[in-house]
Design a protein around this ligand. Structure first.
Ligand code: IVH
Length: 689
């Protein structure tokens, strides 16, 4: 029977069946990474659906798979931009580090000896962060954190979570974003796994994975079946202020029906430690998993002044519980070559569960570390895992040796390209000298280039990068963006490769093309310059605005006497060592060639902070000098930078403003000589108000 013969009733029934089938496979593929059918079979279903809809256009609904998957090729969820970024937290692991955290706050705010920093101590829930947005007191949107700036729209799934209120009482503000954690209770988790076993389905390793897997279901009826819960602990966008302290925020949220965890106000390090011990002891009896305590400065005006460093607030930190440990056997040591050529020894372990996660590898860091720990192949070792960090080897259990253990000889050549591997100066790292000829470095650089905080190209995972590199399809970053063009008219198109099909090929090109437009900070980070992480990339983007400016400044800075060099090391957190890596990168012809090739393919957006800040000081260069009375120098600098200004340590013709506090000296003099505008502290504060 051909499609033409189907009458309207049959067509409708077939349509519904196809939609159900496709949704099911979408869920298996995206939600559980566990497809049941091949790409080709899947493509066939979609083709049939497309044909059917062409014959019977009345069957095409806006949520038909023909209309939806194309728009969100890789995950199936719509992307949403957070009105206020969702941040992560810095960590402390000891009493000393907790004390340092408070010390930094005191210094930043310039607090007097007798002033107390009150902290709200809350359990750190081990779940999945989520932002709930209420508009006119109705739940309007729920989103995952994603990369912090952009997450995924999971509204339909969150609506199935029973303790999330769908609406708020009349005294709640018009716009209220609540940030919190979606989690699964311990008992619920055990019951779910029991059900999974009975149904012959996969079980989840721990409650966190179960929660994440349940939220990421494209079919919200599956989510509805999973026992998820929510805790609120912070705010995103709000239409009006309703609190002066973190404690008041939590009290208000609780009054509006948002589930809240207990918390405790602490006024000293000893109170912090007392609470830490108490919670650690109570931990096993809680029905939800926690992995530490979060401390938040209670006063919101202080939170505001403290602001953020990169992706974490200065006013909060997480005090992590000690790492969980387990004993296992070390079966071998492999050498991995990183994108900067570093040779990292990785221990291959007899599989074991540590803190609810299955572990089969642990890092040994470098040659010295292997010697210091005295690790031999065949040893019985203690392994530990803390938070998200890579598992580590704590020590060798020497009394478990039977004499068959073998010493590991650290290689003096690169296992990937055979080039000499050396340690430079006092460096603990052994590096491959192969540079461009080393395939391991090249593929690691490419993996970094497409990674989540860089170009974030879904569909180009590690395995695929390795295959495409090996087959010569992608050798350098710009090749990613010419792939589609080269794929046309070739006898060996990507869709013909094993595991690929029309749809996955189309989705890959869609996710590549989506990234031709890229923010400058992501672009800089993607280049993989040694020591230039996400935070430094952002600072560079903020300071130089465009890639052309950055490039010419780095070339000029090769001369260490130049103004360009002075400007570079005046940027927060950029010292001479980072500066040298940056300058080194931009002095290599092959790197400049990569930049030029990419420039032809991409639209690199100037740094966002400069564009979104409508502050009078956005884009201006400011120098602070003398003693400021209303804020510390660090606070002044952080504030100016958050408004999009560039803070420099030296006065030049390019300086827009010099803010002179008391006893200003040579910089003030120089400003007057050059005719640079000089502001008092109060004039500056008026300007940024
Ligand atoms: S506050 C700006 N409070 O921990 C403050 N986070 O490691 C941002 N988390 O992304 C977070 N319990 O998913 C905060 N009581 C709590 C928390 C908490 C768990 C999670 C959250 C965050 C991650 C950072």
């Amino acid at each position: 029977m051909s499609l033409f013969d189907l009458d309207a009733e049959d067509a409708k029934a077939r349509h519904a069946a196809l939609v159900r089938e496709i949704r099911k496979h979408d869920a298996l593929y995206h939600g559980e990474d566990n497809p049941e059918i091949s790409d080709a079979e899947y493509d066939k279903l979609r083709q049939e659906l497309e044909k059917l809809e062409a014959e019977h256009p009345e069957l095409t609904t806006p949520d038909s798979p023909t209309q939806t998957v194309g728009a969100a090729p890789s995950s199936g969820f719509k992307k949403v931009r957070h009105a206020v970024p969702m941040l992560s937290l810095s960590n402390v692991f000891s009493e000393e580090e907790a004390e340092d955290f408070i010390g930094r706050i005191r210094r930043f705010l310039g607090l007097g000896e007798d002033e107390i920093v009150e902290l709200a101590a809350e359990p750190k829930i081990d779940g999945l962060s989520c932002s709930l947005r209420y508009e006119n007191r109705k739940l309007a949107m729920a989103a995952t954190r994603g990369d912090g700036a952009e997450g995924e729209d999971i509204t339909e799934n969150v609506k199935t979570i029973q303790n999330v209120p769908q609406s708020l009482p009349n005294d709640a503000p018009d716009i209220l974003e609540v940030r919190g954690e979606i989690y699964m209770g311990r008992h619920d988790f055990e019951a779910l796994n029991k059900r999974q076993i009975e149904a012959g389905k996969q079980i989840f390793a721990n409650p966190r994975n179960a929660a994440a897997g349940s939220v990421r279901q494209l079919d919200s009826t599956i989510t509805a079946d999973r026992p998820l819960k929510f805790f609120g602990y912070a705010l995103g966008e709000i239409s009006e202020n309703f609190a002066e302290t973190q404690e008041e925020i939590r009290q208000k949220l609780a009054a509006w029906g948002i589930p809240e965890t207990p918390y405790k106000l602490c006024r000293s390090v000893s109170e912090i430690m007392e609470n830490y011990q108490a919670v650690l002891e109570a931990r096993a009896d809680l029905d939800y998993e926690i992995d530490g305590i979060v401390y938040k400065v209670n006063r919101l005006d202080w939170q505001e002044r403290l602001g953020f460093v990169s992706r974490a607030p200065r006013w909060a930190t997480a005090h992590k519980f000690p790492a969980e440990q387990a004993v296992t056997k070390l079966n071998g040591i492999d050498i991995q070559v990183g994108r900067t050529g570093a040779l990292t020894p990785v221990a291959r372990l007899e599989q074991i569960t540590v803190g609810g996660v299955v572990v089969s590898n642990a890092t040994l860091h470098n040659k010295d570390e292997i010697e210091r720990k005295g690790v031999r192949i065949g040893d019985t070792v203690v392994v530990q895992r803390a938070g998200d960090v890579i598992p580590q080897i704590v020590k060798v259990l020497e009394d478990k040796r039977d004499g068959s253990e073998k010493e590991f000889i650290f290689p003096d050549t690169c296992p990937a390209c055979g080039s000499l591997a050396i340690r430079e100066g006092g460096d603990v790292v052994t590096r491959c000298t192969g540079g461009l000829i080393c395939p391991a470095q090249a593929t690691e650089r490419l993996k970094h280039f497409v990674s989540r905080l860089a170009f974030d190209i879904e569909g180009l995972g590690s395995k695929i990068i390795e295959q495409f590199y090996e087959d010569g399809l992608i050798k350098s970053p710009a090749d990613i963006f010419t792939l589609e063009e080269r794929n046309k008219g070739t006898l060996t198109p990507i869709r013909a490769r094993e595991g690929w099909g029309d749809l996955s090929e189309k989705n890959l090109f869609a996710s590549i093309n989506e990234r031709r437009n890229i923010a400058l900070n992501r672009f800089i980070y993607a280049l993989g310059i040694r020591q230039v992480g996400e935070a430094t990339a952002k600072r560079l983007a903020g300071a130089y605005g465009t890639i052309e400016n950055l490039k010419s400044a780095m070339i000029a800075a090769q001369n260490h006497e130049s103004e360009a060099y002075a400007d570079l090391i005046a940027i927060e957190d950029i010292g001479p060592a980072v500066a040298d890596d940056l300058i080194g990168f931009f002095s290599e012809d092959h790197n400049l060639e990569v930049l030029d090739a990419l420039a032809l393919q991409l639209d690199i957006q100037p740094f966002e902070a400069l564009r979104i800040s409508d502050s009078a000081v956005a884009g201006k260069t400011v120098v602070f000098t003398g003693t400021l009375s209303k804020m510390t120098r660090q606070e002044a600098k952080a504030k100016a930078e958050s408004l999009g200004a560039k803070v420099s340590g030296s006065v030049s013709k390019k300086t827009d403003y010099v803010v002179a506090g008391e006893d200003a000296g040579s910089k003030l003099k120089k400003a007057n000589e050059l005719g640079v505008t000089v502001l008092s502290e109060d004039e500056w504060l008026d300007m940024i108000a």
